[in-house]
Ligand binder design. Structure first.
Ligand SMILES: C[S@@+](CC[C@H](N)C(=O)[O-])C[C@H]1O[C@@H](n2cnc3c(N)ncnc32)[C@H](O)[C@@H]1O
Length: 204
């Protein structure tokens, strides 16, 4: 494995899904659902969600990370896809909408215009009544990683423009202990489809 990739892979895999998402574990469906993990890295979360019985599609554009994830989590039933937000073109027409979409430590790699487009694509991919989990980085960014500043308040407002409702917000310190880095855990819910009322016109 390329040394930079092996450093990232060990960072991503050193922490447990249950630790990264400890404030929102109660919001993750317990019955098996279709999950889309966007920017899955080496598949730590995809594997944990698959172990929990979910059917997981992991999107990861970096070939080295995807390959590492496929190798590290070969025992788990994860469908890996090479694609990129905001378009996620290769998912078009291939999957039913997902009941859970996860975006962990990814949002800060998208420019503002890309984030706007990404939100409408996520809306298309999310089933009515489905949930979206996001983890946003706050704090100093390492050099040369292309990370931008993202605000929890702006993200909540952006999703609200699509009617996707914010149901949880919390903060936690960096599990890897990086100076000044904190993470915002956000969870959202897309409103359920309106109940169809019986057509009574024929009785009139
Ligand atoms: C900090 S890593 C987080 C990986 C994983 N979610 C985790 O928590 O371990 C960010 C990931 O987002 C991916 N990424 C960056 N820009 C992306 C984009 N536009 N669309 C999808 N994934 C992207 C990167 O390749 C990388 O794997």
């Amino acid at each position: 494995m390329h040394s930079e990739v092996s450093v990232l892979a060990s960072q991503y895999e050193r922490v447990a899904f249950e630790e990264v998402h400890r404030h929102v574990l109660h919001l993750i469906p317990t019955d098996p659902v279709r999950v889309l993990d966007i920017g899955a890295g080496t598949g730590r979360d995809a594997a944990a969600l698959s172990i929990r019985g979910h059917s997981v599609v992991a999107v990861e554009p970096a070939e080295d990370l995807r390959a590492a994830g496929q190798r590290l989590h070969a025992a788990h039933n994860i469908h890996w896809v090479d694609d990129t937000l905001p378009d996620l073109r290769s998912l078009r027409g291939k999957h039913r909408p997902f009941q859970l979409v996860m975006l962990t430590a990814v949002w800060m790699f998208l420019r503002k215009d890309q984030r706007r487009c990404a939100v409408s694509r996520i809306d298309e991919l999310l089933e009515e009544g489905g949930r979206l989990g996001m983890v946003l980085r706050d704090g100093p960014a390492p050099a040369n990683r292309g990370m931008l500043t993202v605000s929890a308040a702006d993200t909540i407002s952006l999703l609200a423009t699509r009617g996707i409702r914010h149901i949880h917000q919390s903060q936690q310190a960096d599990v890897l202990g990086r100076e000044g880095v904190v993470w915002n855990n956000l969870f959202f819910e897309k409103p359920p489809a309106p109940k169809r009322t019986a057509d009574t016109s024929s009785f009139v």
